[in-house]
Design a binder for this molecule. Structure first.
Ligand code: NAD
Length: 492
């Protein structure tokens, strides 16, 4: 497979264009350069959609929705199109994975699973689901028949981040389209290429023109214009808390569109001395933060370890980290790929500086690496002695930095786990069943992993509490975002 990857990696990448009304077109503003994180070289250019381009895309989605070319197809017809799309993603999986890695720097071993494979599964899952979702009849008095319909909301705007654009894009597109909505998708400016290719595949699969529109460009112009639109019904977003705050403001300043936010995390991974296998826990602690160079929303970025076993455990985590190779993301042997942008690399290194300034101890890493590649890489970094008042405990890095804090009692572990504004993911390692359930109940987060870190599939919801956001991607619960309930109250 490495030969095929190497060959695909030499192919020229055509300039990205906008998909509006089923037609690929140029934007009004100057195109943006796309540099590869692997070597800093210019890969291609992207169109930058202006407010006028965005308005055209929203109008196209609105027309497509109102004339029923998709919404009025039977669920079985929509299912067939989305299944064809899933098949096309599978057929082009390696090409999509390589294109994505050249664009965003994720190691290919992870990209293969997390991007095309997961996107295909997601489209297939919602395609399969949509002709099995029923409405309801309410238990009213006998002189009334009350029906509860589920209707598509209309025009959905989806704004996604750069870490797993295809996977996260599919989490939003698949249920939105399956439910009959039209969509305007705004990919991240540093990782748009796979989503543009997805647009081509969607047309090939038979999705009618205008049902999926794609506008690329910077968040502060293209994204802002989309979020301020007066004709978008629902805005779904995955990204940072700062952008999430702005989107709520834009909704308030425009048409009060519903806004669903999947934001960042500072997820605790709690290792008790009674863990069934501390060696396995140490390995999972390392891979739970360092895969995709820590650019994972659910990364276990705060390791909380019981003081009695902390020295041995940290030695094991450091050894597991040393066994992970930071390397060319296109090599199948690499476990830790590139940092997505030079700005993100500088930001990560700034966290190491503040950790030093606050008296934390750098156990391993801390610096940039592979400078000879001209790409953007950072050593996996473990920082001990981090307390709740320190920056590394409180702020999301979104990079390969693990913060370590010790505790002595279960109550202290729980209090440290919850000493954060976020609530996305978490992990608990213990053989004590009662303790595991107490921690599951006590931790404020969307998911608690027990004796593993990071496992998931399409059957379970993903979402955060507190400042990690609202609403859920994945599972049947995702339909709640893309459907409205309508009551029919019929006197008999
Ligand atoms: P970001 O907020 O900078 O950008 C995300 C998207 O928003 C991009 O498409 C960007 O162009 C757009 N955007 C930026 N400013 C905008 C504005 N003013 N108006 C409209 N759109 C705007 O986030 P990022 O750096 O791309 O992604 C990293 C963040 O995403 C991290 O915080 C990470 O935790 C989070 N994330 C969360 C999940 C989850 O499921 N909860 C998953 C992956 C990533």
């Amino acid at each position: 497979m490495q030969d095929q990857i190497d060959r695909l990696a030499t192919l020229p990448v055509p300039p990205g264009r906008l998909l509006i009304d089923g037609i690929w077109s140029d934007g009004q503003d100057n195109p943006l350069p796309v540099h590869s994180p692997i070597d800093g070289r210019l890969l291609t250019t992207l169109e930058s959609a202006s407010a006028v381009d965005v308005a055209r895309a929203v109008a196209s989605a609105r027309r497509a929705f109102e004339d029923g070319r998709w919404a009025q197809q039977s669920p079985a017809q929509r299912k067939a199109v989305l299944q064809r799309l899933a098949d096309l993603i599978d057929k082009h999986a390696l090409e999509l994975a390589v294109l994505g890695v050249r664009d965003n720097g994720t190691e290919i071993s992870m990209a293969l699973k997390a991007e095309p494979a997961s996107a295909a599964q997601t489209f297939r899952w919602y395609a399969e689901a949509i002709d099995k979702v029923y409405g309801e009849i309410a238990p009213t008095a006998p002189n009334v028949l009350a029906l509860i319909h589920r209707e598509p909301v209309g025009v959905v705007a989806a704004i996604v981040p750069w870490n797993f654009p295809l996977m996260i894009g599919a989490w939003k597109l698949a249920p939105a389209l399956a439910a009959g909505n039209s969509v305007v998708l705004k990919p991240p400016e540093t990782a748009s290429l796979t989503l543009l290719r997805l647009g081509e595949l969607a047309l090939e699969a038979g999705l009618p023109p205008g049902v999926l529109n794609i506008v690329t460009g910077p968040g502060r112009s293209t994204g802002e214009a989309l979020a301020l639109s007066m004709d978008v019904d629902v805005l779904v977003f995955t990204g940072s808390g700062g952008t999430g705050r702005r989107l709520l403001e834009y909704a308030a300043r425009s048409n009060l569109k519903r806004v669903y936010l999947e934001l960042g995390g500072k997820s605790p991974n709690v290792a008790f001395a009674d863990a069934p296998d501390l060696g396995a826990a140490a390995k999972a602690a390392a891979s739970g933060i360092f895969r995709n160079a820590g650019q994972v929303c659910v990364a276990g970025s705060r390791l909380l370890v019981e003081a009695a076993v902390a020295d041995d455990f940290l030695t094991a985590v450091t050894q597991a980290t040393a066994a992970m190779t930071v390397g060319n993301p296109l090599s199948l042997g690499t476990q830790i790929g590139a940092i997505n942008s030079p700005e993100q690399l500088v930001r990560n290194l700034g966290f190491v500086d503040s950790a030093r300034a606050e008296g934390n101890q750098i156990l391993t890493g801390g610096g940039q690496t592979r400078q000879d590649s001209s790409g953007w890489f950072m050593e996996p970094t473990i920082v001990a002695g981090v307390r709740p008042e320190h920056r590394l405990f409180r702020e999301e890095v979104f990079g390969p930095i693990l913060s370590v804090t010790t505790f002595t009692t279960e109550a202290e572990a729980l209090s440290l786990a919850n000493a954060t504004d976020f609530g996305l993911a978490s992990g608990v390692w213990t053989s004590n069943l009662s303790r595991a359930h107490r921690m599951i109940r006590g931790i404020k987060a969307g998911v608690v992993h027990v004796n593993t870190y990071g496992g998931t599939d399409g059957t379970v919801p993903l979402g955060g509490v507190r400042q990690s956001g609202n609403g859920h991607d994945k599972s049947l619960h995702a339909f709640d975002k893309y459907t409205d309930l309508k009551t029919a109250w019929i006197a008999l």
